[in-house]
Write a protein that binds this ligand. Structure first.
Ligand SMILES: Nc1ncnc2c1ncn2[C@@H]1O[C@H](COP(=O)(O)OP(=O)(O)O)[C@@H](O)[C@H]1O
Ligand SMILES: O=C(O)C1=C[C@@H](OP(=O)(O)O)[C@@H](O)[C@H](O)C1
Ligand SMILES: [Mg+2]
Length: 181
């Protein structure tokens, strides 16, 4: 596939959503490499503009402030980024973000509790999972599943599948004229 892949030249080639541990950051990079387009992760955008890592933003300013930064970063990236875009797992919580996503080709990387827990290690790098990680992850998966489904054009299950295979499945879906609209 070439740099023209995706729904149009004036927007991201595709936007990856899904819970923490779904592989959005990892698979997004692989897809961008394959398409030879730039890769952007809104978490990286937020860290760059805040000048500190996400756990520190949560610790210093709280989740609500992080969500404000996230909404702005997602809107900026959806308007300006021309490659593959990965969102943070909680970006779809915002009504206005879900509204914006309606205009984009959105791929939902799904993952169930066992693989998600294994992959994120339930450690400190994701501040939301710092307390009672397994129960929090279960609740988060259940609560957000309908939101991911609401915005998705394509759902790609990732359980038991390595990132390269997930990327191949996404690339195949992106080459389908029906998916690209
Ligand atoms: N399909 C997969 N199979 C196994 N491990 C994976 C898979 N996708 C991602 N990982 C690993 O899981 C961890 C979280 O992946 P990441 O891309 O950061 O997920 P997300 O951005 O969705 O939270 C990383 O260590 C990554 O290498
Ligand atoms: O699920 C969430 O609310 C979050 C997911 C993280 O991104 P990943 O989904 O890439 O881990 C990051 O944005 C932040 O820690 C909050
Ligand atoms: Mg990520």
């Amino acid at each position: 596939m070439t740099a023209e892949a995706g729904p149009g030249v004036d927007r991201p080639a595709c936007v990856l959503v899904g819970p923490p541990g779904a592989g959005k950051t990892t698979v997004g990079g692989l897809i961008a490499d394959a398409l030879r387009v730039p890769f952007l992760d809104t978490d990286a955008l937020i860290e760059r503009s805040a000048g500190k890592p996400i756990p520190e933003i949560f610790f210093d300013e709280g989740e609500d402030h992080f969500r404000v930064l996230e909404r702005a970063a997602v809107a900026e990236a959806l308007a300006g980024h021309r490659g593959v875009l990965a969102l943070g797992g909680g970006a779809v919580l915002a009504d206005d973000t879900r509204e914006l996503l309606m205009e984009h080709l959105v791929v939902y990387l799904s993952v169930e509790l066992a693989d998600a827990a294994k992959r994120v290690g339930l450690g400190a790098s994701r501040p939301l999972l710092a307390v009672n990680p397994r129960a929090t992850m279960r609740h988060l998966l259940d609560a957000r599943r309908p939101l991911y489904e609401e915005v998705a054009d394509v759902v790609v299950p990732t359980d038991g599948i390595d990132p390269e295979q997930v990327a191949e499945t996404v690339l195949l879906a992106l080459s389908d004229p029906e998916v690209r609209g």
